[in-house]
Design a binder for this molecule. Structure first.
Ligand SMILES: CC(=O)SCCNC(=O)CCNC(=O)[C@H](O)C(C)(C)COP(=O)(O)OP(=O)(O)OC[C@H]1O[C@@H](n2cnc3c(N)ncnc32)[C@H](O)[C@@H]1OP(=O)(O)O
Ligand SMILES: CC(C)C(=O)C(=O)O
Ligand SMILES: [Mg+2]
Length: 557
């Protein structure tokens, strides 16, 4: 007995030994055509209503699409009415061409020409299936019978276009539907016959659209098919070669990119890849892939959140969190080493003044598509010390010294482990507050006086004041070469000793309307370990002294 997988017939690649496409690069944007309102729409559980289609159409126009397939007007009254509304209400800008799809069937073609009356620029897109499977199963015809359907359709379209209102400029598109499953010689033959029947010339080009209606092979084989057609189509200069990839194998983007390298001029796809089954090729991904290679995609993706909002409202579909470029989580790193590298990348960008985008793990600058830096780093138990420091810096203005990152990082990790949840920026600030700023015992500063003096050319600082230790108030005084040293010496005299001063960092921070100083003090504890304390005050000397007491208090916890 056969195993289940053995019932599938493998794709037989064409024999194109001298293929050129692997050495080509994409160096300019193709002609884009959105098929959201047709292929995307026909795949929705609830097709878009009039208002939704009009809203979506406006979005596509704003994004810069100049060719938009608006529907299948002969399919239903709804589709017909939508097209009439776009035309009658003058919603189509003069530089935008609408495209309408129709099967190569007489009554549907006639209805389509009725529907486009009064439009300025139209592409009439007709199709019939050509694959071996469809010929056998659906049409029950040989290739000549299939060619006959296409040629009859082409002739009728040519006649009706000749009779159309002179104010309507009509171009033609033909799709050998299921091209990916059609023998390349047959694809060339049918396209050549259609071109002849429709009268395509160099000055009146037809769009020959080669769909991977259903993907049946890896993308290199699809590229071979496209290159074969480009090289063998008679009168090639009378055709614009278009590609219409679907995504059954998850390789719609690869089909499109390889096909452009293989000679295609135009791409049909949808935003966020909505379409039949696993969707059409996602034009946002394709366009932004070009963008990251230094090629202008000639579409505007600068407000991806708005594009997403309109898309979700009109289609009632959700953009997946991991959708390339547009997904909610694609500019977010939870894992420690990624956060560290992103953080360093941002620092490098600032310090080096480089004119290029050089941030590891972020292939695109989020702000180029209207996304924020803020959520780039989010914290859970997979995160490292750099992430927590980044949040403190970005959200609250605390520049924790590098040596302090492991200590605070461990505090944050312990909390993330304990809760098993993501920690918000505010959760992290709360931890910082609890751990450093709210520690007031056992020692607290009650009174202080700091005086600077000098003798024999040497300056010194004198500290005099009192600290509270639980219920007891201790008067202390000492001298040193700076306020921290003087305070340390004062503490030693009342038996608080064994601590060694290691490092000190400070910076200004605004808290509400006030500017204050924040001091980070690192001490070596009597047992040899290191501990940090933080003090905040308007006066930097007092902030440092509070930082010392905070470190001692923490070491006694
Ligand atoms: C790959 C794609 O996405 S193609 C676009 C698909 N989109 C749609 O189908 C959405 C809109 N479609 C519809 O509303 C309907 O299918 C209509 C109005 C177009 C046609 O409706 P109907 O004629 O009632 O039914 P149906 O689509 O089942 O027609 C099937 C017949 O058309 C023939 N046919 C199908 N496609 C084509 C074509 N492109 N050219 C010529 N004949 C075709 C079939 O062989 C079949 O013929 P048969 O009746 O002799 O067996
Ligand atoms: C109508 C054609 C172009 C189509 O949608 C397909 O083949 O996927
Ligand atoms: Mg399609």
């Amino acid at each position: 007995m056969k195993a289940a997988f053995e019932k599938y017939i493998p794709f037989v690649p064409i024999n194109l030994k001298d293929r050129q496409w692997p050495d080509k690069a994409i160096d300019r944007a193709p002609i884009w055509c959105s098929v959201d309102l047709r292929d995307g729409n026909q795949a929705l559980v609830e097709p878009m209503n009039l208002q939704e289609k009009v809203t979506f159409f406006k979005l596509l126009v704003d994004m810069g699409f100049k060719e938009i397939e608006v529907g299948f007007p002969s399919a239903s009254e709804t589709e017909y009415e939508i097209l009439r509304t776009l035309i009658d209400q003058n919603l189509i800008p003069d530089d935008v061409t609408i495209q309408v799809l129709v099967q190569a069937r007489e009554h549907l073609i006639e209805k389509t020409f009725e529907a486009i009356r009064g439009a300025k620029n139209v592409i009439v897109h007709f199709y019939n299936s050509t694959s071996a499977l469809q010929r056998k199963v659906v049409f029950k015809k040989d290739m000549d019978g299939i060619i006959d359907i296409a040629v009859k359709g082409a002739r009728l379209i040519r006649q009706l276009a000749a009779k159309a209102d002179k104010g309507t400029s009509i171009r033609f598109e033909y799709s050998p539907e299921s091209f990916s499953g059609t023998e390349v010689e047959n694809s060339v033959k049918i396209c050549a016959k259609v071109m002849e029947a429709i009268g395509a010339t160099k000055d009146n080009k037809i769009i020959i659209n080669l769909p991977s209606t259903v993907q049946v092979s890896s993308s290199n084989h699809f590229a071979d098919q496209v290159e074969y057609v480009c090289r063998n189509l008679p009168n090639r200069e009378a055709a614009i070669i278009s590609i219409h990839p679907h995504n059954d194998r998850g390789t719609g983007i690869a089909d499109a990119e390889f096909a452009l390298m293989a000679g295609a001029d135009r791409i049909e796809g949808t935003i966020f890849g909505n379409g039949e089954r696993t969707g059409n090729v996602d034009i946002i991904t394709l366009g932004l892939n070009m963008y990251t290679q230094g090629v202008d995609p000639r579409l505007d993706f600068s407000d991806i959140n708005h594009i997403k909002e309109v898309y979700e409202a009109c289609t009632k579909m959700k953009v997946h969190e991991r959708q390339p470029y547009g997904g909610e989580l694609v500019f977010t790193a939870f894992s420690g080493s990624h956060q560290d590298a992103i953080n360093k990348g941002f620092e490098y960008m600032k310090d080096s003044g480089t004119e290029y985008w050089e941030v590891p793990y972020l292939p695109i600058d989020p702000s180029d598509i209207g996304r924020q830096y803020d959520p780039v780093i989010r914290i859970n138990s997979q995160s490292g010390k750099g992430g927590a420091a980044f949040i403190m810096q970005q959200n609250f203005g605390y520049n924790l010294p590098k040596a302090m990152h492991p200590e605070f990082g461990n505090i944050v990790k312990a909390e993330a482990d304990r809760t098993g949840k993501e920690l918000s920026a505010q959760d992290i600030m709360d931890l910082f507050n609890d751990e450093y700023l709210k520690i007031t015992g056992p020692f607290s500063l009650r009174r202080h006086k700091i005086e600077e003096g000098g003798q024999n050319g040497n300056s010194f600082v004198h500290f005099e004041g009192s600290i509270r230790k639980s219920d007891e108030e201790l008067n202390i005084e000492g001298e040193g070469n700076g306020p921290i040293d003087a305070f340390f010496n004062a503490l030693n005299k009342v038996g608080i000793e064994g601590y060694e001063f290691i490092s000190y960092h400070e910076h200004a921070i605004s808290t509400g309307s006030n500017a204050k100083a924040v001091a980070y003090i690192e001490l070596k504890r009597p047992d040899g370990g290191h501990v940090f304390g933080v003090g905040i005050e308007s006066n930097i000397n007092i902030a440092s002294i509070k930082g010392v007491l905070c470190a001692i208090n923490r070491s006694l916890k």
